[in-house]
Design a protein. Structure first.
Length: 90
């Protein structure tokens, strides 16, 4: 009986120490650093010095005013493309 009590007492002493050693052993390992590089496109403002043409006034009864407005938008689009194309390669 004394031998059994001694074994139980020994187990009660050694088991918590062993468990603590395992826990703290896991903490002692050097942490693994995980890095992930994410590339993201950054848009930058463009300084475009193009002079905008005068916008024509639209009149519903005059088909010529629609033609003038269409030419205005086409000119504006070409100016904008010129500004963007100058920026390519930056």
């Amino acid at each position: 009986m004394k031998q059994a009590n001694r074994t139980v007492r020994h187990f009660r002493t050694v088991a918590p120490i062993a468990i603590c050693a395992l826990f703290f052993g896991g903490c002692a390992k050097e942490p693994q650093i995980i890095t992930k590089t994410v590339y993201q496109e950054v848009r930058t403002p463009v300084a475009c010095l193009a002079k905008m043409p005068q916008k024509p006034k639209f009149e519903a009864n005059d088909p010529q005013s629609a033609q003038g407005l269409m030419e205005y938008f086409k000119t504006c689009e070409e100016l904008l493309k010129g500004c963007v194309d100058d920026r390519v390669g930056d």
